[in-house]
Design a protein around this ligand. Structure first.
Ligand code: SF4
Ligand code: SF4
Length: 401
């Protein structure tokens, strides 16, 4: 796979062109030549965001994992940490590489910050024989997501399709999305369970970002190459007055991203995949998977594209106050498919099959893309290590026999 970094000549020609492409069709969505950003420059960027009242959410080590949380300094980044991951296995290991962004996929995705696992919708108070209803305040803070990977941008695109458009558009999601600045990072290391190249979602970030960083070198002092993908991003980088990247730095960045593409931990064959799985709907192998699957729903919770939610009403013990909450739901629960009189998917097998079929087959009919972006989280956080890539390969093998 060839991953070209093309330096676009300047802003003017892109600005004239409404499509966001320069006249040579270079650098989709990019506005300026690539600059060099030191750790100190990155800190200045974080400081600028803080001064503007923008909260930065970025990768940081907590409780033995790399999670996304509020950070204000570069020292909070997972420097010197990498993950070892496999089916049902996740550990952090210390490394002598002092990269800022050498980690891959932790348990959390950006879904947590765009579509929180629990959202308070309203509170109702009993008032005599009636009641009053008050909507929950929902003014999300302005945020910058630092460290968004190509597969995660692809996942956000899928969330956008489901939650910004159509009859079920979510106003809270729209507000969060509009209030979010995206500082993406190209992957220069592939995780043990990553397969974004198979899904066509990475490891090189193509669009959908405000600023894009690439960290080609592994030793400190770390240097990132930075490019803008929006007017907001360009304005932020302009303020830092960064020097332009040299040819050697561009080549090193290109090589580092190519290296990630060439070293994916997993792969999946997507050719005719939706049809192949639909041809396998009655295969007895679903039963074999169901014998292992606990229907715990972990795979849906960690998946960056799973967007299903349910509405829960609760009252306090006096019956005076009630609250309505929207919370993440999972197709692995019995209640998920409850319609009048009972659940449609009563067996664990039918629930696992629904999950996998939606990711790799039905989603293509609904949203014209796969519902899986190849992040590998469902493999790592499945307590019994069920691996979606292995299961897809098993069905293909059985269909071809
Ligand atoms: S596939 Fe794994 S993570 Fe998903 S519900 Fe089954 S046991 Fe849980
Ligand atoms: S199905 Fe699994 S590998 Fe695919 S996007 Fe969801 S969590 Fe990642």
């Amino acid at each position: 796979m060839s991953l070209d970094i093309v330096v676009c000549e300047g802003y003017a020609e892109v600005e004239k062109n409404e499509t966001g492409y320069c006249e040579k069709n270079h650098n989709k969505g990019r506005f300026m030549a690539t600059s060099v950003m030191s750790v100190a420059d990155l800190q200045r960027l974080l400081d600028t965001l803080t001064e503007r009242g923008i909260e930065t959410i970025g990768p940081t080590v907590r409780d033995g994992a790399i999670i996304y949380d509020q950070i204000t300094t570069t020292q909070e980044l997972p420097i010197g940490h990498q993950e070892v991951q496999d089916g049902g296995y996740y550990r952090l290991k210390a490394t002598s590489e002092n990269s800022l962004f050498a980690y891959t996929m932790g348990p959390q995705s950006w879904k947590k910050h765009l579509l929180p696992s629990q959202q308070h919708v309203l509170t109702a108070e009993r008032q005599g024989r009636g009641f009053s209803v008050e909507a929950a305040p929902d003014e999300p803070p302005a945020r910058a997501f630092l460290g968004v990977r190509a597969c995660e941008l692809a996942a956000i695109r899928e969330l956008d399709k489901a939650l910004l458009k159509g009859p079920h558009a979510s106003e809270p999601y729209r507000k969060r999305r509009e209030n979010t600045l995206i500082i993406a990072v190209n992957c220069t290391r592939a995780g043990d369970t990553c397969f974004c190249t198979s899904m066509g979602t990475g490891p090189r970030v193509q669009d959908g970002f405000d600023v894009l960083l690439t960290e080609p070198y592994k030793a400190l002092p770390s240097v990132c190459l930075a490019e803008a993908g929006s007017l907001k991003g360009r304005e932020l980088l302009d303020e830092l007055e960064l020097a332009e990247a040299t040819e050697a730095q561009l080549r090193a960045a290109d090589k580092a991203v190519s290296n990630a593409a060439d070293n994916m931990g997993r792969q999946i064959t997507t050719e005719q995949l939706p049809k192949m799985l639909q041809d396998s709907l009655s295969d007895t192998h679903w039963e074999a998977i169901a014998k292992r699957c606990l229907n715990c729903g972990n795979c849906t919770m960690v998946c960056p594209t799973c967007f299903c939610s349910t509405v829960v009403d609760t009252t306090d013990l006096t019956g005076q106050t009630a609250q309505r909450i929207i919370k993440w739901d999972s197709c692995h629960t019995l209640d998920f498919s409850y319609i009048h009189g009972g659940s449609v998917r009563t067996s664990g097998m039918s629930r696992y099959r629904q999950w996998m079929m939606h990711k790799l087959s039905f989603w293509t009919e609904q949203f014209d893309a796969f519902g899986c972006v190849g992040c590998g989280r469902c493999i790592v956080w499945c307590p019994v290590g069920i691996d979606i890539t292995e299961e897809a390969a098993r069905f293909r093998e059985r269909v071809s026999r």
